[in-house]
Design a protein around this ligand. Structure first.
Ligand code: ADP
Length: 150
């Protein structure tokens, strides 16, 4: 018997869960594609958020479902409107790295009131998108914690 409380054990287990253990594949699009094509990607790839990259595959923006809806209620021609006009752009993107603790990502999602973070590899040239963490990934970790199969 360790003499530890349930809360201490929970904290210990939480500190052992990393982004790399629960991340999923990112869906990235080029900054020059149209809002129309981005909406098509959301359905084809079955994701809520698209990460936007430049010609060097470096992260330049984030497109959420609501960003795309907002652009769609205007009078613009969606197939002629590039996503880089409407996306949330660097340096305002909150991101994480694969070796970060999942609990810290969960806190960022709450603080920033967003649904997902891109997982990136930081290089001198820019940020390479290697994964994503969504509220669904966090929920899976939460359930695994209770089921004891970490
Ligand atoms: P939705 O807008 O569909 O509810 P979110 O809550 O994730 O989805 O997005 C809210 C706003 O925050 C959007 O304008 C989106 O571009 C932006 N956003 C989403 N994820 C991030 C992120 N990781 N970093 C910065 N901004 C983000």
């Amino acid at each position: 018997y360790t003499g530890k409380t349930g809360a201490q054990l929970l904290t210990e287990n939480l500190n052992k869960i990393f982004v790399r253990d629960y991340q999923s594949l990112p869906v990235v699009v080029n900054e020059n594609i149209s809002v129309y094509d981005a909406i098509v990607s959301v359905f084809l790839e079955d994701v809520g958020t698209l990460y936007v990259v430049d010609e060097n595959s470096h992260l330049v923006g984030v497109l959420s479902r609501k960003d795309l809806l907002r652009a769609s209620i205007g009078k613009q021609e969606l197939s002629a409107l590039p996503v880089n006009i409407i996306m949330t752009r660097m340096p305002n993107i909150t991101y994480c790295e694969k070796d970060d603790m999942l609990i810290d990502v969960a806190k960022k999602l709450i603080d920033k009131q967003i649904d997902s973070l891109p997982v990136v590899k930081v290089t001198d040239q820019g940020l390479e998108v290697t994964g994503r963490i969504t509220k669904t990934n966090i929920t899976k970790a939460f359930v695994a914690l209770v089921d004891g199969d970490l």
